[in-house]
Design a protein around this ligand. Structure first.
Ligand code: 1GP
Length: 246
């Protein structure tokens, strides 16, 4: 399969330096189409749909189907389990939670979901997924032996392992709604070694924080909770996108 979405992301990176992917949590979002439309007009490069607690596959499928007919930027699945694989999406972060204690989240769910990805003809973006810090849904559900915030060397080891395993994307995840986002020194250390597309998410709520993360070397910043919870999310998202662009 041609790498249509992957090449689009690489082109966007060349143009803008750092990109923002708003995350729509299919369990919590009441107005996905509105969010998708606004985010597109504010300069988001793609929309992620999913999350670690997304279990209602029918609801997710309807959401992807509807949003696809209303926006032009790619709709990318961000699954936490096999229930996160539905038709019509442009691509999927086909992720292995590398620091899970449970092999199900490293290769088990992936094997169970792979045939659906093939059947629905969804482009796979091979992604190493690393959970940093504790007490978030991603940490709990994914049974992660999480990387401590102050152990950047461990993040670097996993990042290199992901690269040597052929993963072209790496997602440093602090967890949705995390009190602390991934520390800039950890991002910078990983950036030095990992040559693929570096995604950072969890706890990013302000343009200042987003800028810091972009300057540390993130390619893509994922923003979820702020969009769902903040009444002023449109202005904030717009500032975030402006602050991370070159
Ligand atoms: C969660 O990294 C994403 O998987 C986004 O996190 O909801 O904290 O923005 P927030």
């Amino acid at each position: 399969m041609e790498h249509r979405v992957e090449n689009y992301i690489l082109d966007e990176l060349k143009k803008y330096g750092t990109l923002c992917f708003p995350l729509i949590d299919s369990e919590n979002s009441t107005n996905a189409v509105l969010i998708g439309n606004k985010a597109q007009s504010l300069g988001a490069s793609a929309i992620l749909i999913g999350g670690s607690s997304a279990t209602d596959q029918i609801e997710l499928a309807e959401m992807v189907f509807t949003i696809k007919s209303k926006i032009n930027i790619p709709v990318i699945l961000f699954p936490g389990n096999v229930t996160g694989v539905v038709p019509k999406a442009d691509a999927i972060l086909f992720s292995s939670l590398l620091n899970s204690e449970n092999p199900y989240f490293i290769t088990g769910a992936q094997a169970l979901g792979a045939l659906s990805v093939k059947k629905y003809n969804i482009e796979s973006l091979p992604t190493g997924y690393l959970v940093v810090g504790e007490h978030t849904t991603a940490w709990f559900v994914g049974q992660a032996r999480s990387i401590p915030f102050d152990k950047r060397g461990i993040a670097v080891m996993y990042a290199l392992a992901a690269q040597y395993l052929g993963m072209r994307f790496l997602y440093l995840e602090a967890g949705s709604g995390a009190a602390n986002s991934i520390p800039p020194d950890m991002i910078a250390a990983v950036r030095k070694q990992f040559t693929g597309v570096l995604i950072v998410g969890g706890g990013v709520r302000t343009p200042e924080k987003a800028k810091e993360i972009a300057e540390a070397g993130a390619d893509i910043i994922v923003v979820g909770t702020m969009i769902e919870k903040d009444d002023d999310w449109e202005n904030k998202l717009s500032s975030i996108i402006r602050s991370i662009r070159r």
